[in-house]
Design a protein around this ligand. Structure first.
Ligand code: FAD
Length: 489
């Protein structure tokens, strides 16, 4: 029997890993990508002499103590990249001069919390014990450690970060928890526990070579396995015959047929545009009409003509004067990443810095539609205010800035189609988690079609989308009575 041909829409990490695993198992695949390069959101870009990192803050599985390590190895990532694990995951600096260090090591973190909130010792110990429990869990087994992990998740999953923070007696922690851990306040506190557990055992580093290189490596793996990617090839329609997906039509009018079609593109674009909303049920409609997408950000890349080795990599800074960001909202905190250990990001003696803050998609979209001048002026205004604020913490930075690069949620949407400029699919809030069951990889009434990527589930992130792809290839192999393999070169 001839090998099945499978069309994949989108060359993000979901689409490319799907392609890799299918090629390893003898399928013929082709990827159509709307952009001019692969990686989707997992990227970074050069501006002059500087590289601005656009993605990975932590990669779960960067070390062999985590099961995702093996998957990254299958995709050639581990063999070709180096990862940094900082002792201080982040340093939080407040306008009154005080500081809190979010230590990666749980014992140090526990001491730091008790230092600022001795009256909350019991609560702190319950938190740090949970971090320890999750640190030793093995998710892919049913042993006692994994059972304990499930118990921890069940204990905390219904508590939001806001509720958790409010439960402290210490005013310092109540007021500043949103700066200490900056996920949205309506997200569950489990996000904090799991994140700190990964950092405690150093299994979630960030790549020395950056996210752009990370995506290039997976692309090389795919092409070496015989896969084909076509760029500047946006799919406008998924072709369907008798309720079976049979091909893809590109914006330029070209069509291609396949035995299976897998969309690894934006969920809304796939379901309501490429498939014209014909294959939905009430659950799917509810999600796309009601659930919030991940809160977008404004990213400001700064090329600084001096070394900043004395500063931590990651800082959360309280502003002395709030900055007006959108509509009538203002922000009183910014997040700064100083790439002082990534030698490829800037020339000798210089530093690449990225600053980001939360924003609102509609605000930027309206501005962009009303006038490109207004949109660009607003980008420059925000950048200039952020630079002034930063200068108070990093003296002299302002006079050493050589390059400024600002991206908004509209930039993300324009490059990748991700709805509302979301950078991780759905928001991780409890309402989304409750409805996750409606976000499946198949659509009601449609055969020959699958969806993968960070819109198929809540949580997103690189490991999740690779796992989805790998699991789906196992299902496809099983349906075709093939033994799944990851070793074909
Ligand atoms: C700033 C930032 C920081 C992040 N930090 C981390 C982190 O530290 N750790 C982590 O694990 N994750 C992180 N993430 C999240 C992670 O990058 C995403 O969850 C993941 O990359 C999603 O992959 P994906 O393949 O599902 O989607 P995408 O990356 O969005 O890929 C979809 C692809 O499909 C293409 N496409 C869309 N529509 C069409 C169409 N109609 N036709 C053809 N092609 C189409 C797009 O151009 C894109 O290339 C971060 C993301 C951002 C932006």
């Amino acid at each position: 029997m001839e090998n099945k041909k499978i069309i994949i829409i989108g060359s993000g990490i979901a689409g490319m890993s799907m392609g890799c695993y299918l090629q390893m198992n003898g399928y013929e695949t082709v990827i159509y990508e709307k952009g001019y390069s692969s990686g989707g959101l997992c990227t970074g870009w050069k501006r002059g002499e500087y590289y601005f990192e656009g993605c990975i803050t932590w990669l779960m599985g960067s070390d062999s103590k985590n099961e995702f390590y093996e998957y990254w190895k299958e995709l050639n990532v581990i063999q070709n990249m180096n990862f940094i694990n900082d002792d201080d995951f982040a340093v939080i600096k407040l306008k009154d001069g005080s500081e809190f260090t979010l230590y990666s090591d749980v014992d140090k973190l526990e001491k730091e919390f008790i230092r600022v909130a001795p009256e909350d010792k019991e609560k702190i110990l319950s938190l740090t014990d949970s971090i320890r429990e999750v640190s030793t869990a093995q998710l892919n087994s049913d042993n006692a450690k994994s059972v304990n992990y499930k118990k921890v998740i069940t204990k905390w999953c219904k508590i939001t970060i806001e509720e958790f923070a409010k439960g402290f007696k210490s005013e310092f922690v109540r007021k500043n928890f949103k700066r200490i851990f900056w996920f949205k306040y309506d997200n569950t506190i489990v996000n904090f526990i799991v994140t700190m557990a990964w950092h405690n055992i150093k299994v979630a580093g960030y790549p020395v070579e950056g996210s752009r290189r990370f995506s290039d490596i997976i692309e090389e793996r795919y092409i070496n396995l015989g896969g084909k990617i076509y760029y500047n090839s946006e799919v406008s329609e998924i072709l369907v015959k008798n309720d079976v997906a049979v091909g893809a039509k590109l914006k330029n009018g070209k069509t291609d047929n396949g035995d299976l079609i897998v969309s690894a593109a934006d969920g809304y674009n796939t379901i309501f545009q490429m498939l014209k909303g014909k294959y939905v049920d009430d659950g799917i409609k509810y999600c796309y009409e009601n659930l919030k997408t991940n809160q977008p950000k404004v990213y400001i890349g700064l090329g600084v003509s001096k070394k900043l080795d004395e500063f931590p990599h990651y800082m959360s800074l309280e502003l002395s004067e709030p900055i007006k960001t959108y509509a009538n909202e203002s922000i009183d905190n910014i997040f700064v990443k100083i790439y002082n250990k990534n030698q490829y990001f800037s020339p000798e003696g210089k530093t690449s810095v990225v600053v980001y803050n939360n924003t609102n998609y509609e605000y930027w979209e309206e501005l962009r539609k009303s006038s490109s001048k207004k949109y660009n002026d607003e980008k420059l205004r925000i950048a200039s205010e952020v630079i002034d604020a930063l200068d108070k913490y990093i003296e002299g930075i302002k006079s050493n800035i050589e390059v400024v690069d600002v991206s908004t949620p509209c930039t993300i949407e324009r490059y990748t189609n991700n709805r509302n400029g979301s950078w991780m699919g759905w928001s991780k809030e409890i309402e989304c988690i409750k409805n996750e069951k409606n976000l499946k990889r198949t659509l009601p009434g449609l055969d020959g079609f699958y969806m993968i990527g960070h819109w198929v589930g809540v949580g997103g992130g690189l490991p999740t989308v690779v796992l989805q792809a790998r699991n789906l290839v196992q299902v496809i192999c099983k349906n075709d009575e093939k033994v799944f393999t990851t070793t074909r070169l």
